[in-house]
Structures are given as structure tokens and as C-alpha cells.
Ligand binder design. Structure first.
Ligand code: FAD
Ligand code: MG
Length: 331
């Protein structure tokens, strides 16, 4: 998937189970990748303006969810962004600032309303020639959910699934055994703060978008949830002293510039967290906050280039800011 994927199973981590999990990731890549020939998604793209293509159900599930976020964001998030992504080539050796007329042409090809999904027939049609799907903004989330479901089915209660920063923290950090855990369940340590210190919460760092990997602005404490970040700080190129990142505006065709450095989403499903992280990054604080509020159990941490941090209501109790350089702003 063009990134490092790591799995840590805290129990039942047999070589066979790891192999099955990575095998499933490979299978999903064969269905969903826009970067390789012969995937189901590639076949849909090659038949744009020609006819519907029968695809495996995984592509339909993922695309359906992407279309929900396209609707919710009024097309700021759009899975038909493919022509623009290809044009910029960010993350490839050919990354460059395109010509204005090339951008204009690519923009005319982007419109999620021209994607036709036929659920009965299991087909997808792109209505106009030149259109192309790109599910890079949501497919890793779907893959993380798939692994969560499969591993849970194999009796794994505790695991960390990390697909290039798309993290699913399965279950609780502390193993569920012994009488103490019975009481922990009934009375998780009294006050909210104490409850987060009882060893059962995973602690996931929110990357400092201005620093190298491994530097955090703060920590989220959570159980059985997923954390996904979108930002302009890892996948970009420099031209003429300017930085161009990979999350693109479907309005003007350029990398989004709205003062945001990153958006981190906490949610129950990784496909939602991934869809929301990119949508919220595109929409900015106000639109982003509203769209996050529309998904049950979801919250967001927005980091701005003036080093302010805004958190959606409800999530602030789970997040501890640890960097002295950043300041919490009122939501
Ligand atoms: P997100 O914020 O989650 O997504 C950003 C990505 O979404 C962009 O890179 C672009 O692809 C797309 N996008 C940009 N603007 C918009 C918009 N307005 N609306 C909707 N989507 C938008 N990378 C490689 O270098 N080589 C590979 O072979 C490769 N294979 C992949 C296979 C699969 C199945 C997947 C899911 C990804 C693959 N990638 C590959 C990575 C991919 O190109 C993206 O870089 C990556 O998915 C971005 O994820 P993110 O979490 O960084 O950002
Ligand atoms: Mg995303």
C-alpha cells in the first residue's frame, strides 16, 4: 500500500495468523490499488465512459463509504479525484506542479455523482471517459477494519494494527484475566483521570506535524478504537522553495491550504476515521467539526500552523497535550 504496515498481536500471534493477516492486506491491495495495473479499481478506471465493470464486493463496500463522505463534504472529499492525483504524481519520481490547463481539465473529470454503483449486479461505472477512482484517502481504513474483524474472529482480543499511521488499537491494553479485572470493569478507578491510569488504555501519540516521526504533541488514551491522521507533512515534494502536499482541493486543483497542519480522528471504525480525516482536512475546522459530529463515536484533533490545537467536544477528556510549543484553543 505504499507504506509500512505493522501488526502486533498480544496473544495468539502465531506465524500462520500473521501470514493470513498480511495475506489479506495483499488481497485488498489487489482489489483497491490505484497504483497498479489489473486491480478491480484499475479495471473500473480503464472502462470509464465505456461500460460497467463487475468488481469484488470489497471495492463496493469501500466505494459506498467514500460516496457517503463525498455527499457529507459536498465533494471536497471525492473518490473520483484520480485524474488530479495522477497529474500531480505526489509520492512518485514524476511529482511536479502541473500546467494550469492540465489542472482545469482534470477538475472537469472529478464528480462523484458520475460514479454509478449497481449493487444488484455488483458493478461500478464511471460515466465519462477520463474519469478515475482513487481510494487512497479511505482504503487503508477499510483494510484496518477488515483485519480487526478477522483477528477478532480468530479470538485475538488485544492487538495494534498500524497501516502507515492508520492505527487500530484492538481491545484493552491489559489482559482480561484475574479477579482484579472484574472490579476494574465495575469501577474503573473513580474519576476520569484515574480511570485512564488503570493500565487498560492504549496510549497513542499524535505526531508533531513539524517534526520527524516519533515526536508527539500529545497522547490519546483509548480502548478498542482507531486513530487516523491526515496531514501535509509526510507525502509532499518541493518546487521553487514551496511545499506541495498530497491532499488536493477539488475546487482549485491545488494542495489544500487552510492553515491546517494535520487532523487526527478517533472513531470506532477505521474506514470512518480515514474518510473523516481527509474530509476534515479539506473542509477546515468549522466544516470538519460538523462532519465529525455526524458520525457517532467520532472526535477530532485539529493542529494549525499557528501551533494552536482545537479538539471537538467530548474528545478533550481523552487527549493530553504534552508539547509546550502548542496551545489548546477554545473549540
Ligand atoms: P489521506 O489523507 O487518508 O489520503 C490522501 C490521499 O487521498 C491522497 O494521497 C490521494 O490519493 C487522495 N486524495 C487527495 N485529495 C483527495 C480529495 N480531495 N478527496 C479524496 N481523496 C483525495 N502509494 C505508493 O506510493 N505506491 C503504491 O503502490 C501505493 N499503493 C496503494 C494501494 C492501496 C490499496 C492504498 C490504499 C494506498 C496505496 N498507496 C500507494 C498510498 C496512496 O497513494 C496514498 O498516499 C495514501 O493512501 C495516503 O494516505 P494518507 O493516510 O497519507 O492520507
Ligand atoms: Mg483519510
Amino acid at each position: 500500500m505504499g507504506t509500512i504496515c505493522s501488526l502486533t498481536l498480544f496473544e495468539k500471534g502465531t506465524p500462520a495468523l500473521y501470514a493470513a493477516a498480511f495475506g489479506r492486506l495483499k488481497e485488498l491491495e489487489d482489489i483497491l490499488s490505484a497504483n497498479r495495473e489489473g486491480t478491480d479499481l484499475d479495471k473500473v478506471n480503464k472502462n470509464a465512459g465505456i461500460g460497467p465493470v463487475k468488481v469484488r464486493p470489497e471495492l463496493i463496500v469501500c466505494l459506498d463509504r467514500a460516496l457517503v463522505y463525498a455527499e457529507k463534504s459536498s465533494g471536497a472529499f471525492d473518490p473520483s479525484v484520480g485524474p488530479l492525483v495522477k497529474l500531480w504524481g505526489i509520492g512518485t519520481d514524476g511529482a511536479h506542479v502541473p500546467k494550469e490547463e492540465e489542472i482545469k481539465k482534470a477538475l472537469t473529470l472529478i464528480d462523484y455523482r458520475d460514479i454509478e454503483v449497481n449493487h444488484d449486479a455488483g458493478t461500478v461505472l464511471l460515466k465519462r471517459p477520463g474519469m478515475a477512482l482513487d481510494l487512497g484517502a479511505i482504503a487503508k481504513g477499510y483494510a484496518a477494519d477488515e483485519l480487526d474483524t478477522r483477528l477478532t474472529g480468530k479470538g485475538v482480543d488485544r492487538a495494534i494494527i498500524d497501516l502507515g499511521g492508520n492505527i487500530f488499537a484492538m481491545g484493552e491494553k491489559k489482559a482480561k484475566k484475574g479477579p482484579g479485572d472484574f472490579f476494574r470493569g465495575l469501577n474503573p478507578g473513580g474519576s476520569g483521570k484515574q480511570a485512564k491510569d488503570d493500565g487498560s488504555f492504549w496510549r497513542i501519540g499524535v505526531q508533531d506535524p513539524r517534526e520527524n516521526r516519533g515526536n508527539y504533541i500529545g497522547i490519546i488514551a483509548l480502548k478498542n478504537k482507531t486513530v487516523v491522521t491526515s496531514g501535509g507533512y509526510e507525502r509532499y515534494f518541493m518546487e521553487g522553495g514551496k511545499r506541495y502536499h498530497h491532499i488536493l482541493s477539488t475546487e482549485n486543483g491545488f494542495p489544500i491550504e487552510n492553515g491546517l497542519l494535520s487532523v487526527t480522528i478517533v472513531a470506532d471504525k477505521s474506514i470512518d476515521a480515514d474518510g473523516l480525516s481527509t474530509s476534515a482536512f479539506c473542509l477546515g475546522w468549522e466544516g470538519g467539526r460538523d462532519i465529525i459530529a455526524s458520525v457517532k463515536g467520532a472526535g477530532g484533533i485539529f493542529v494549525f500552523n499557528d501551533l494552536s490545537v482545537r479538539i471537538t467536544p467530548g474528545l478533550e477528556k481523552d487527549f493530553t497535550l504534552s508539547s509546550a510549543e502548542y496551545k489548546l484553543a477554545k473549540p
